[in-house]
Ligand binder design. Structure first.
Ligand code: SER
Length: 572
């Protein structure tokens, strides 16, 4: 039996033998395309070549591309872990021809690879072809059908509509009919009852699409019309994990060696067996899936954060942490400990994992720790809220409660919804959105400030000593008045300070500045030019005096940290 790594290599070798240049996967994170946050198809990195905006470097190319389908048009997140064949991150094996070969070779080589090289049973294979679209003036793709007829009996060739068999990059741009290869992995008994050609595209977990061959031959213009492309393009994409499932004789992607080493490592860590308990199995699948997404995103330059693509990654991480916490008893950061298993399995094909392992580990652990600090309290609150709602005969929790979980406890909305679903309940989404709007308005109001000029007492710059000290002797370098709504505050810059400023508008350290004569309360610390600026309600009577700056240690308690870590998220 071929291993996953051997299967990936065999795909590349096969297309290399057909004159293709093997190229590395593009990063999964996309930074320069406002229409896309993550790579969701192998063709993304070739978009400009296909559009003719970039010269063709190689006419034939093949690769294995890291893809992520968790936002926008393609979003499989809810299914992941619950079924056996959806993933957040997956690998797409693809071969391309830019103005070189077209349908005949694409079909013949796909067949040769699956049947002659990999020895898949041709009786289990089905091909779909575009049935045509009168309103577009397009006829059935008889050409593709005629090539398939060389290999498949007519009842294994199925007509498909525009939705399934006409692939478009977007509203405009290259497009064309496509042919999908589906595989029927059901038992002989099931096949005898209902033939496979009736099961194609019916969401059966064992009758699935494995490969999409797109024949790009048109350009969709802004007025909706189609014109022929000067250079025809082949764009194929095969689901690597599904191919492994078919070749390794499994009925779940998670039973292949793509995921089993990770699932075994999770099971060992939690002291459970995969296969014994439905909920625990789901949790293990979720973690085995999500750890790949998180690790590869970090390597490719997307750290978890509070906005846009970063928040997608944070949500995925929090989803995994919650599954581990609730169903596998993981009360401490655990995912980062599974990284060596991931690197052992995927590091050969994707050396970037190994190169960045320290960074991934550090970021993952910090994210886990930060969420775990509030997770338990949040879960308790949610349990209480659910019980109260149930006691009142309700099956919905309010938008306000949902928002508190989100804003104060760092529960992404989809995580709250997931937990509610597990308990047969829902959230008031409209109410949640209204709370979100109100908070944004509050933030906008709070941000309206009027600042006075800086009064300089001493020249110099701040030295931050907070990594080593919680109190330190200090004096004021400069200060200024700040008017914010109805409040008058002062900002103070110290020469040495133990007060740390949180990033991104969150609450920083607080404490006091004191000497024998007076005591000034520091209510917050902001970051300015990367150095701490302290916020106080009143100025010292003698600003030129020497003080001891002391961090309020109680501030470090859990509830305050909850505030510090509370999400103030600009929703994507
Ligand atoms: N672009 C097509 C897809 O994503 C084939 O690679 O399915």
């Amino acid at each position: 039996m071929l291993t996953a790594n051997e299967i990936r290599d065999s795909f590349k070798s096969f297309f290399e033998s057909k004159g293709h240049q093997i190229v590395p996967s593009a990063p999964m994170v996309i930074k320069d395309d406002p229409t896309l946050m993550f790579t969701n198809a192998g063709m993304n990195q070739f978009k400009d070549i296909i559009l003719g905006n970039q010269p063709i470097k190689y006419a034939r190319v093949a690769d294995s591309q890291k893809c992520l389908r968790v936002s926008g048009k393609h979003n499989d997140l809810e299914e992941v872990g619950h079924d056996t064949y959806h993933h957040t991150m997956f690998e797409m094996l693809g071969n391309w021809s830019f103005g070189d070969y077209f349908k005949e070779e694409a079909i013949c080589w796909a067949w040769e690879y699956l049947v002659d090289v990999l020895k898949l049973n041709p009786e289990n294979l089905y091909a779909t072809v575009f049935e045509g679209s009168p309103e577009e003036g397009l006829s059935r793709d008889d050409e593709a059908a005629s090539f398939w007829e060389k290999f498949l009996p007519k009842d294994h060739i199925i007509n498909g509509n525009k939705k399934d068999n006409f692939w478009e990059m977007g509203d405009t741009g290259p497009c064309g009919p496509c042919s999908e290869i589906h595989i029927d992995l059901r038992t002989a008994e099931e096949k005898a009852k209902v033939p496979g050609n009736q099961m194609v595209n019916k969401d059966h977990p064992q009758v699935i699409e494995i490969w999409n061959l797109v024949f790009m031959q048109y350009n969709r213009k802004a007025d909706g019309s189609l014109e022929g492309l000067p250079a025809k393009v082949i764009d194929t994409g095969m689901g690597f994990e599904r191919l492994c499932m078919a070749l390794q004789g499994k009925t779940s992607n998670y039973d292949t060696d793509v995921f089993q080493p990770m699932i075994k490592a999770i099971a060992a860590m939690a002291g459970v067996n995969y296969g014994d308990d439905k909920q625990k199995d789901i949790a293990m699948r979720v973690i085995a899936d999500h750890i790949r997404t998180i690790a590869f995103s970090i390597t490719d330059g997307q750290l978890p954060s509070n906005a846009k693509a970063g928040y997608v990654i944070r949500r995925i991480l929090r989803r995994a942490v919650r599954y581990g916490y609730t169903f596998l008893g993981q009360k401490q950061a655990f995912m980062y400990k599974l990284l060596p298993t991931l690197i052992e399995n995927m590091g050969g094909a994707y050396p970037e994992l190994n190169a960045q392992k320290e960074l991934i580990s550090k970021v993952m652990k910090e994210e886990e720790d930060s969420f775990l600090r509030t997770l338990e309290t949040g879960i308790r609150l949610l349990d209480k809220t659910m019980s109260e709602a149930k006691a009142q005969g309700k099956s919905e929790i309010s938008g306000k409660d949902t928002f508190t979980l989100y804003d104060t406890f760092g529960f992404p909305l989809d995580l709250t919804e997931l937990i509610l679903r597990e308990n047969g309940m829902t959230a008031d989404i409209k109410g949640f959105e209204a709370e979100m709007q109100q908070q944004k308005q509050r933030a906008r109001n709070a941000a309206a400030v009027e600042t006075g000029d800086w009064i300089t007492l001493n020249e110099g710059t701040t030295e931050f000593v907070g990594y080593d000290y919680t109190e330190y002797e200090t004096s004021i370098l400069r200060y200024r008045q700040v008017k914010q709504k109805n409040q008058t505050l002062y900002q103070i810059v110290l020469d040495k300070t133990p007060f740390y400023a949180e990033m991104g508008g969150q609450v920083g350290d607080s404490g006091v500045l004191e000497n024998a004569n007076e005591k000034i309360v520091v209510v917050d610390t902001k970051r300015e030019n990367n150095l701490p600026v302290h916020i106080v309600n009143e100025l010292p009577e003698n600003p030129a005096a020497t003080f001891v700056a002391k961090i309020n240690k109680e501030i470090d308690d859990v509830m305050q940290r909850i505030q510090n870590n509370g999400e103030r998220i600009e929703q994507e």
